[in-house]
Design a protein around this ligand. Sequence first.
Ligand code: KIV
Ligand code: ZN
Length: 387
Amino acid sequence: MKEKIIIFDTTLRDGEQSLQSSLNTQEKIEIALALEEMNIDIIEAGFPISSPGDFKSVQEICKKIKNSTVCSLARCIDKDIKIAAKAMSQLNHFRIHLFLGTSKLHIESKLKKNFTEIQDMAIRSIKLAKKYTDDIEFSCEDAGRTSIDNLCSIVEILIKNGVKTINIPDTVGYTIPNEFSKIISELFIRVPNIDQAIISVHCHNDLGMAVGNSISAIQSGARQIEGTITGIGERAGNTALEELIMAIKTRKKMLNFFTDIKHQKIYKTSKIISKICYISIPINKANIGANAFAHSSGFPQDGIIKNRKNYEIFSPKSLDNQNKFNFTSRSGRTAVKNRMPEMGYTEKDYNLKKLYKKFLELADKKGQILDYDLQTLAFIKNHSKKT
Ligand code: KIV
Ligand code: ZN
């Protein structure tokens, strides 16, 4: 039986932290609605203590979101928890996301505490958060660099105190897949009450491992993945959810998981986020980049014309994206031949051999050949015949 992976989107919190300027309430609502339309399970709407604007945005998002669970971040500090709960109070059900550093580095040099004090802070904050909701997520910040003994012991305490979702962030994107997967496996081996909580992961991309680490975590027992559409987030970003979701879908036999995400909304949502956040999507970005389904050289173009599966592991239509051919000096004659009828030309309108020769000459000078270049080349031939 395939198991569901819960998708937690933090575009409006971790994603927003990485932008040059904050998003306004209207922009955040637009993104939240697009995420809900995609069927994202949990939307982290913000960090309400961080500013009055963020508080207001979370409140307004709560008015609009009907199906996804809305979540807000809070440090293990009373006022953070109270403000987070207040921002979401109009909802019958909401999640409070508590976080606290658990690595030696964070405990000693950032929080100036010891591990016992950290445990006490966590328990106290959970008790307070429970007054507002029974849906509490707890993030062991810098879990990727936390000693496994300490991680197991705090996770056990968190679960004993009623935390439903335990998040294991690789906060600084330091781990590599087999190492991260070992951390998750160890939790399942060593924490006696582990089955009473969902284990979540939140991977940063500093070494380019965020999606790989997330996949390795679900193979070791994690059932919630956090990230953002397009992968924006602190520094090198978070797990690019569109990549993770399409990997789960495309490799479903291998992984044996599913998500409830409406794949066809992925491309549109990525465009909305890119526009609102002023983030340009790299052309080679999997699934959503301009070249993600483009074929440029002769042999892949020829292969695609014969059978799409030769070079396409899934159809761009599953994301509502499109295929395209990039016409360059690496493109073959067959690709040009195929494009001409698509533009309304019949074989008697042009001589393929001559057209392809001119095409290569121009492509060597110009780089990419666009439709109107092809039309001009065909026109030159017709025109010279008439005169
Ligand atoms: O990267 C991180 O550890 C975080 C936590 C607040 C979950 O963003
Ligand atoms: Zn993060």
